[in-house]
Write a protein that binds this ligand. Structure first.
Ligand code: ADP
Ligand code: MG
Length: 257
């Protein structure tokens, strides 16, 4: 059965999609079978692995709303071992359409349960909100990975998402864990970056990943080429940092059996 990790933060632009794409690709390079699930109507995770949304006839929307067979929606990517369950802009409407669906918070869980046996890891890239789509992701997941940009309101944002995780734990998914807090777009020359990172590490010593993702222009260029960083510039700081993060996750396999 796959380990299901949801990449979430209600704030946009903090590195959710970059992390979902590049961590998924780094684990695929280590020959883990990985499924990247795009739960953001913007479909950036799909573009990040080179899938052109405009040519898609079906997407995760059809599984959530019309009970399409999930396995039929999966696409291969340029990276061996990395598959994509794509999103299109239809997904923006799913939020409202799901309201009248029975068990609306558990739709994604049902979909991933059908796919779980074929993968070692499933990553869910969430939209920038704590909406029904994100709640679906948290309900389906074993754990949440929280990318956090080292900026002024980082702590406030973090406490908000931790509250949501606790709410989900109280009902929809009692065993939801925290995979880790990931400091992203870190700039060692910036005092605020350093202060925020120290503050997070003080309060969340056990939850914060050792790996820090630096601000790296190659990471921001790669999506426009439709490639994970490993295929775009394997020698970049961005590539090595996501490989380090993958190693931290792989080390947990040994610990957890
Ligand atoms: P989110 O999914 O949380 O909205 P993204 O992963 O799309 O955030 O990142 C927002 C923007 O910042 C994108 O243009 C992305 O390419 C860029 N970006 C993300 N991580 C980095 C990084 N470590 N260094 C430089 N640019 C980054
Ligand atoms: Mg995103």
């Amino acid at each position: 059965m796959a380990k299901i990790i949801c990449v979430a933060n209600q704030k946009g632009g903090v590195g959710k999609t970059t992390t979902a794409v590049n961590l998924a690709a780094s684990l695929a390079v280590a020959e883990r079978r990985v499924l990247l699930v795009d739960m953001d109507p913007q479909g950036n995770a799909g573009s990040g692995v080179g899938v052109d949304k405009s040519g898609l006839e079906q997407s995760i929307y059809d599984a959530l709303i019309d009970d399409a067979t999930p396995a039929a929606l999966i696409l291969e990517t340029e990276v061996p071992y990395l598959h994509l369950l794509p999103a299109t802009s239809d997904l923006a409407g799913a939020e409202l359409e799901l309201i009248s669906v029975p068990d609306r918070e558990r739709k994604l869980k049902g979909i991933l349960t059908e796919l779980s046996a074929s993968y070692d890891y499933i990553f869910i890239d969430c939209p920038p909100s704590l909406s029904l789509l994100t709640v679906n992701a948290m309900t389906a997941a074993d754990s949440v990975l929280i990318p956090l940009q080292c900026e002024f309101y980082a702590m406030e944002g973090l406490s908000q998402i931790l509250k949501t995780i606790n709410l989900v734990r109280q009902g929809l998914n009692r065993s939801l864990g925290i995979e880790g807090i990931l400091l992203t777009m870190y700039d060692a020359r910036n005092n605020l970056s350093r202060q925020v990172s120290e503050e997070i590490r003080t309060h969340f010593a056990n939850e914060t990943f050792e790996t820090v993702i630096p601000r790296n222009v190659r990471l921001s260029e790669a999506p426009s080429h439709g490639k994970p960083i490993l295929l775009y510039d394997i020698a970049s700081k961005g590539a090595t940092s996501y490989l380090d993060l993958a190693k931290e996750i792989l080390d947990r396999e040994v610990v957890n059996g």
